[in-house]
Design a protein. Structure first.
Ligand SMILES: *Cc1c(COP(=O)(O)O)cnc(C)c1O
Length: 427
């Protein structure tokens, strides 16, 4: 347990002792008055890795020089370009390389996966999800229900936090399963809540739901690249995540997805199919009958979006170099330090800030969400004007995500100083 201090010298010493502090040099930062800004919104859009240029330029050069021949004869042939990062990606989500791939964008992939994993019967047709899920998740679940002839009123079960609490207890999810598993086809939730920053106990919830015969899918938009995952060992049926939050692959970019090995090579699973899901050895024989790839790639529909995937593989190269365990170790310290600094400033100003993120480091990733009770948007504006990137949610919650790959302890200290000035100005 580190004893933190809210001083510049202490934050700089923490940076000197940080074995991965130099990784921030591998990213481009927006500038504020000629210096790197304090970027705490990697939970919305990760910074651009500098090696993205190299990866993209390679594809552009091959296209320029080879035209269509690039599919087979480029430096990294395009026909199986989507497979190149499977090993690294699988490590990050705790899967077998054969269980993951990349295609489309997140919400689209979740719809495609629900074709396979939301298969209602007259007795088991409900979906369990969390109350106030990310809007896209709510829309997709409700439209899936309607597609199958159900109304959300009759078929959607939302698990709520207890009265006065900001996040869910695992027990509440298990109790909901106990009450409703007999009529439920699918449990589908965000593994890390975008608002509260809570990581759900995916292992326990998955095991419980599977035992009760309910399919389990996780939206890992805020979890992938942010918290340790063991999708395969936990027995998760399916999952998908975007690449542009903690995974730093660029705005709106291609999504990763996972399908458990036990569904590979099975004939009885429905799927929306396309030629890139066809067994690759025979793909170009243009036969009438679909022969699926022997793994998660059977869910691919279109040919690989090579120029979208290139930045993703660039980013994964950096994760490999840093080592995910190192990132998590630093994250615990960095986010812990942010919590400490917020507490020190709250006390100094009698501000009564309220963390809505769990205090237990095991129940959160990089993000902390704070209720600035009594303080309005002027504090937020002061932070923005002084080079802090953060996000504001009504009524007065700020979300802060110091990211271990490119944020420093000094960033956290300097943020605290600017926040403190903002509070002074308000009173
Ligand atoms: C960011 C996010 C999305 C975004 O979905 P896209 O299809 O990539 O636009 C979806 N769900 C959750 C939980 C998110 O946090």
């Amino acid at each position: 347990m580190t004893l933190f201090k809210n001083t510049l010298a202490f934050s700089q010493e923490m940076d000197r002792n940080d074995s991965i502090s130099s990784f921030k040099e591998l990213f481009h930062f927006p500038q504020h008055k000629g210096e790197n800004c304090i970027y705490f919104v990697g939970n919305s859009l990760g910074l651009q890795p500098k090696n993205v240029n190299t990866y993209l330029q390679e594809v552009l050069d091959d296209w320029k020089n080879l035209g269509v021949e690039g599919h087979f004869h480029s430096q990294k042939p395009w026909w199986d370009y989507h497979e190149r990062g499977s090993e690294s990606l699988a490590k990050i989500v705790g899967a077998l390389p054969s269980e993951v791939s990349v295609m489309n964008t997140l919400s689209v992939n979740l719809h495609l996966l629900m074709v396979s994993f939301y298969r209602p019967t007259p007795k088991k047709f409900k979906i369990i999800c969390e109350h106030k899920a990310f809007p896209s998740d709510q829309y997709l679940v409700k439209s899936q229900l309607r597609l199958h002839g159900y109304t959300p009123d009759e078929a959607l079960i939302e698990v709520k936090p207890q009265e006065g609490r900001h996040y869910l207890s695992t027990q509440a999810v298990l109790d909901t399963l106990d009450a409703h598993a007999h009529e439920t086809a699918l449990l589908f939730m965000g593994g890390l809540n975008y608002y509260s920053g809570q990581v759900l106990d995916m292992k326990t919830i998955t095991a419980y739901a599977k035992k009760l015969g309910v399919f389990v899918g996780w939206d890992l938009a805020h979890a992938a690249g942010n918290v340790p995952l063991q999708l395969h060992d936990w027995g998760v049926d399916f999952a998908a995540w975007c690449s542009y939050k903690y995974m730093n692959a660029g705005p709106g970019n291609v999504s990763g997805y996972y399908v458990h090995e036990k569904y590979h090579n099975t004939a009885d699973i429905p799927r929306l199919e396309g030629w890139w899901g066809h067994c690759k050895e025979e793909r170009f024989l243009m036969k009438d009958t679909f022969i699926p790839e022997p793994d998660a790639k059977a869910w691919q529909v279109s040919n690989a979006s090579v120029m979208s995937i290139a930045p993703y593989w660039a980013s994964l190269e950096i994760f490999e170099k840093a080592g995910f365990d190192n990132l998590i170790r630093k994250q615990k310290q960095l986010t812990g330090y942010l919590e400490f600094v917020l507490d020190a400033i709250s006390k100094k100003h009698n501000a009564n800030f309220e963390l809505i993120t769990p205090k237990n480091p095991k129940e959160r990733g990089s993000q902390i969400s704070v209720y600035l009770h009594g303080y309005g948007k002027s504090v937020f504006d002061h932070l923005i004007q002084n080079g802090v990137y953060l996000d504001w949610r009504e009524p007065n919650v700020i979300r802060l995500a110091p990211v271990p790959l490119y944020n420093s302890f000094e960033d956290v200290f300097r943020f605290g100083e600017i926040l403190s000035e903002g509070l002074d100005n308000t009173h």
